[in-house]
Every structure is written in C-alpha cells, then in structure tokens.
Design a protein around this ligand. Structure first.
Ligand code: TRP
Ligand code: SF4
Length: 538
C-alpha cells in the first residue's frame, strides 16, 4: 500500500484540531534529535496546536505539583486521560528513555510523571530506547547496557511499581517489533522526510527507530484500546503527531456525520449541517420530506428559493465563489430527490469483509447499507465510535485511540543556557555524589542582582533563576508553600542568593543521598525483573 492511496482525507481532523496528516517540519524548533531548548513556548501553541495545560487543571484530580506549577505546560488531547482517571476507567502512561548517559534531574521529571499516573490507577510503562540510542546516537551495546541499568534503577527508586506496570528495552521486545513492522506499512519515506528532515543519507536503522517509537507509543493499547498519555519534552511532539496519525490510519472504520448518501469533507459538512438546521425548521414537523434538491435550492439561493410544494423541484446553479458551497450544491443537485436527513456514517477504511458485515449486523435501529459505508439513523457519533471500535477489536483489529501527550518545560542549565548531559556542571546527575551535587548548586548562576543592596531594593529575578527552578521542579517537592515562599521572598528582596543557594544545596544533598540509598534497595527488585542488561552484542 502506498501512502497516497490510503492517505486520510483532508477532513480527518483530530480532536485537538490538528491535522491528521503530519505537517512538514520546515520549522526546526521541534527536532527530536536536535538540541532540546525551546525559545518561546507560546509558539508551540500557535504553530503546532499544543494546548495549554492550565486550562485543563480543574479536570485533573489532585494535579501533580509539576502541573500546578506550570512545569507541565502543554498537552495534546489529555482530556480522555483525565476523564479515565476521574471515572476509574482503564488508561495507561508510557515514556521512553534513550540510554545515552547518566539519568539526571531532567529525566526525574518524566520518571515522576509516569509514577504519578501509575499511582492514579494507570497501567505504567517505562522503556529503554536502546535501538534508538544505537542507531541515532551510535552508542555501543556495552554503554547502552550500563546506562539502561541506571535509568531503570532510578525509575524504581522513585517509586515505579513493576507489579502494576512494565519495563522493557526495545531490542528485547518481540511484540513491540511486530507492531513496529505493521505500523511501518502505513508510513513511507516522503512522510518521514517531511516530518523529520530525513534525506538520502539517513540510514535505515534510524528510520526503523522511528517506527519503533511509534510502536512504543501504541504498545499499551495492544491488549485493549485505552486512553494513553505520553509524558515527554516538546521536542518529541513530531513523534506524537505521527503516532496519533498512524493510530487513525490503522482503524477499520471512520465515523462521521452525514446528510445524504454522498461523501463530504469537513467544510462541506458544516454547510450541510447549517442547511439541515434551516430546512428542518422550514419543514416544521409536517409530513414534508426534505430532499437533496431542497438543500441545493437553499444553499444556492437562500431560504426563499426552497419549494417543498413543487412536483419536480429543480435548481439553477449560479456561479458560486466559495468552493465548498459550489461542490456541495453540485453533489446535492445530482442526489436530486434523495431524502436529505442527518445520520451517522460508518465509513469502511480498511475493514475485512467479515468485519464490515459484522458492523452491519451490529448497528441497531434504522440503517442503510451502501458499498463501502453504513448509515445509522439512530446512533449518535459517540455511540457509533464506540461500536466501531468494538467491532474492530472483535475482528482482530487494534481499535487504537489516538495517544495523548503532556509536555514539560526543559530545565535551565545550572550554568545558564541549556541543561546538557554533555556539560557536567550544567546538570545534576542522579548518580552524582551528594557532596558534588551540593557544590554544583552552590556554584550555580542565579537571578540575583550585583549587590546585596540592590537585591534588597529591587528583588531578585526568580523567573530567570536556575536555582529557583530547582526549588520549583524538584526541591520543594509537593510543598507549594516552600516554592511560593522562595519566590515571594526573592522578588520581594527579602531573600539573598547566598542563603538561598545554601538552602537549595542542602536540599539537593539530602535528595541525592536519599535517592541513591533507594537505588541500592532497588537493585534487588531490578534483578528479579525479566530484563536482560547484558546484551552481549558487538
Ligand atoms: N525518542 C525519545 C528520546 O529521545 C525516547 C523514546 C523512545 C520515547 N520511545 C519513546 C519517548 C516512546 C516517549 C515515548 O528521549
Ligand atoms: Fe535565585 Fe534564590 Fe537568588 Fe532569588 S534569591 S535570585 S531564587 S538564588
């Protein structure tokens, strides 16, 4: 199958308003393999359709402090996950880690996000993206083994419960690789080129690591479809868009609203909806059958032109500027005397014959069966979606729900600029000696003024201070009062950087000491898990 023949129609709009067809990545602001900084988070909302997380806060039961403090700033389609949490319905959380170095405090954000969702009842998955580390970053298998162990130990030490979740490495997961292969048949080279900027020099393993990540993201739904959240940095958003798109392309049926036997795109459908509302009122409950030709009269010439009385109504089609209107009038005209009536349509995308027949049988109430689609006059779109998914799953399909994502801000490096694994002073590794952690915080750049006097007068710039970030992202933990106190005292000029850093450094030392003790304890747990950390490959 080529991408062209089964490309989703232009009207495949996802619930977040994004285009089902992933857009080109001409703007390199989001590059999964580039340097992860985002100059302007607002752009992500405008250009990429990521939504603000804040607006969703009231829907989230007891939000995590990273959500309350705006560290988790954006999401795609997180509502179904929040709803599942509230209603005690099944949902899942998954994220992955490239074992390219030590896990550091930036990774801790994601570990915590996974664990928090797990504590709220989600099936939790943590994976080691070893295929990606090998293909995209060129790490040796020995290095990968060592780092993998470190990531897993920290995840366990922070509270990941392996009994309620699954940890795996990509290279070791056969089911995952089978799924990746299946998904690969729905994506082609031009698309990867448009999304990731791949070119003729890109090696095949790198492309394979992309479909593997797509499989990672959909893996939690292999046993049954469920809302799934992927906590990641915004650099991973291109992956999310493609995964959401592939989830839809794999579906057997597409459910839409329709008004007659012909197909319409989203723009045309809006006109049809508007026409139905008007004509339904005009016909006013008497026995008049509203027909397509009436709808054409209405759309071409307005309400006054509609003639329910005429024996053989006709419509002269004027030259219409707006292309959706022109095309829909033409369709209505050729449908002529066919009744014009709202209905819910199950469109056959790639169902087996058996599944299509199964669907026809399963649709209760008034229905009409056509070549390639079934119209139901009694089910609403939500009910139809549910049924379509059920029939698909009953006939061996995946029935994927487009995965959701949440995005956290990147931490600023301790030395200013970006936090980078390759600059030790810029980050704190979860394996750092607690005393070194203390020293790094003491040496960090601050948002303070040149002199204590000025600081008292003007207040510090907590919003631009890596030390304040440490409090907000990590050190204050669940204690909002502490985070607020540091902020208020800083900007109010009551707090000076020396003491502030001393307090932060001390908290960091305690955190690292405690974390490393827990890592020791987690070793036993890790050993019991069925994860091969000795790959023995060249
Ligand atoms: N690409 C991710 C990274 O660079 C790692 C990863 C692989 C991942 N599979 C994933 C992240 C699935 C989230 C979900 O860190
Ligand atoms: Fe940063 Fe603390 Fe100094 Fe404020 S007082 S600028 S938060 S180090």
């Amino acid at each position: 199958m080529t991408r062209d023949t089964d490309a989703p129609a232009a009207d495949d709009v996802l619930p977040d308003g994004g285009d089902a067809v992933a857009e080109g990545a001409d703007d390199v602001a989001l590059d999964p393999w580039g340097s992860s900084t985002v100059a302007d988070y607002r752009k992500l909302f405008e250009e990429f359709g990521i939504e603000e997380f804040d607006q969703l806060l009231p829907e989230v039961p007891k939000p995590h402090y990273l959500m309350r403090r705006g560290v988790i700033f954006g999401h795609r389609d997180y509502r179904p996950v929040a709803a599942a949490m509230r209603n005690d319905d099944p949902f899942a959380v998954l994220s992955g880690f490239m074992p390219t170095g030590d896990p550091h405090i930036g990774h801790k954000l994601v570990f915590d996000e996974i664990i928090w969702h797990q504590e709220r009842g989600g099936d939790a998955y943590g994976l080691i993206a070893d295929l990606e580390a090998h293909s995209a970053r060129g790490l040796t298998w020995d290095e990968i083994d060592e780092h993998s162990r470190d990531y897993l130990l920290s995840l366990l030490a922070l509270g990941f419960d392996p009994d309620e979740g699954e940890l795996y490495r990509q290279s070791d997961n056969r089911e995952l690789q089978d799924l990746a292969f299946e998904l690969g048949s729905e994506a082609n080279y031009s698309e990867l080129q448009a999304i990731y900027g791949f070119d003729g020099e890109t090696d095949v393993s790198h492309m394979q690591s992309v479909v593997t990540q797509m499989a990672d993201i959909l893996y939690p739904q292999l046993d049954e479809p469920k809302p799934t959240v992927i906590p990641v940095g915004p650099d991973q958003d291109p992956h999310m868009r493609l995964a959401r798109d592939l989830a839809i392309r794999m579906r057997y049926f597409k459910v839409t609203e329709a008004y007659a036997s012909f197909e319409a795109d989203e723009g045309e459908r809006a006109l049809l909806r508007e026409t139905w509302d008007a004509l339904d009122e005009l016909a006013d409950g008497d026995d008049t059958t509203v027909r397509c030709v009436h709808a054409a009269q209405y759309l071409a010439h307005g309400e006054a032109a509609v003639d329910f009385e005429a024996d053989r109504p006709t419509v002269d089609v004027p030259e219409l500027e707006e292309s959706a209107r022109a095309s829909v009038v033409a369709k209505l005209q050729s449908a002529g005397m066919e009744p014009f009536r709202p209905r819910t349509r199950f469109f056959d995308r790639q169902a087996t014959d058996e599944a299509f027949e199964g669907l026809v049988d399963a649709v209760e109430g008034e229905k009409r069966v056509y070549e390639g689609h079934v119209d139901s006059f009694d089910l609403d779109v939500a009910e139809a979606e549910e049924l379509a998914r059920q029939v698909e799953v009953d006939h061996g399909g995946y029935g994927f729900i487009p995965p959701s994502s949440i995005y956290h801000r990147f931490m600023t490096g301790l030395t200013g600029g970006k936090m980078s694994s390759s600059v030790p002073a810029s980050h704190i590794s979860l394996l750092d000696d607690p005393a070194d952690g203390y020293d790094k915080v003491k040496a960090a750049t601050t948002g303070g003024r040149e002199t204590a006097e000025k600081q008292r007068e003007l207040g510090g710039e907590a919003d631009d201070c890596p030390v304040y970030e440490l409090y907000a992202y990590l050190l204050a933990n669940d204690d909002d009062d502490l985070a607020t106190e540091v902020y208020e005292e800083c900007v109010g000029g009551e707090r000076l950087c020396g003491g502030c850093k001393e307090q932060a450094a001390e908290l960091m030392r305690e955190f690292l000491a405690d974390h490393q003790e827990k890592r020791e304890e987690a070793k036993e747990l890790l050993a019991e898990l069925d994860i091969d950390l000795d790959t023995d490959r060249a």
